[in-house]
Design a protein around this ligand. Sequence first.
Ligand SMILES: C[S@@+](CC[C@H](N)C(=O)[O-])C[C@H]1O[C@@H](n2cnc3c(N)ncnc32)[C@H](O)[C@@H]1O
Length: 224
Amino acid sequence: MSIKSKKSDKSSNLRIFLFVLLVKIQQILKIFIDRFKPSMEAFWDSHYITGVWDDLRKIEQVPLYSILTGYFKFFKKGGSILDVGCGEGVFLERLDPKSYSKYVGVDISQEAINRAGIKKNKNIFFIREDVYNFKTTETFDAIIFSEMLYYLDMNKILNFMNKYENYLKKDGIFIVSMINNKNTETIRKMLEKVYPILDKTEINNITKHSWICEVFLPSKQLKL
Ligand SMILES: C[S@@+](CC[C@H](N)C(=O)[O-])C[C@H]1O[C@@H](n2cnc3c(N)ncnc32)[C@H](O)[C@@H]1O
């Protein structure tokens, strides 16, 4: 064997060794990161504990909840509600107690549910569950997604909505609100391509933000 080929053998062995080392380092780093990454529940609990969402009860949010509850009353007065990612149930707090027959709120954060201003009773239920995993055999007149869709994986949103269509009554509706920004505009366009819009309102107030509330007819109703 020549000296040259011995040298090239050594350098290719070194390259393989470095590659394997890099892969191992990546694997170890992933295990380390996964172990210390807070769970989604802990992440959202910490938001509520530190008061990040206290603002939802402030006057700036009055127009948002007024539109959402107004839509519910207009389209589905006396009906049942599934509030997906319900948080502390501020939407429920803003509802006229006589305007709905049943309310089910689902949220990943037990801390949020514990803080709910209106507590569970015979027609109010709070369920701690990841909304991706939540399942029910019940159907509802309206499903509310208030300021929560943009926390989900963008690529999973249409499948996610499709699953929730199964939890709507035959003539049920989706009520969606999202703060207005580039990210939510993309989500909104996706939803508007699939779901017929019954109504849409943009809220602008004293803050520098704006919000868009929409009422959608689920796409499955079109196939009936
Ligand atoms: C901005 S807060 C809005 C709360 C409520 N919808 C409202 O408008 O008052 C977003 C909520 O979504 C919940 N959330 C986010 N991802 C979730 C998931 N994967 N499963 C269940 N809840 C989730 C959070 O815990 C949080 O309470």
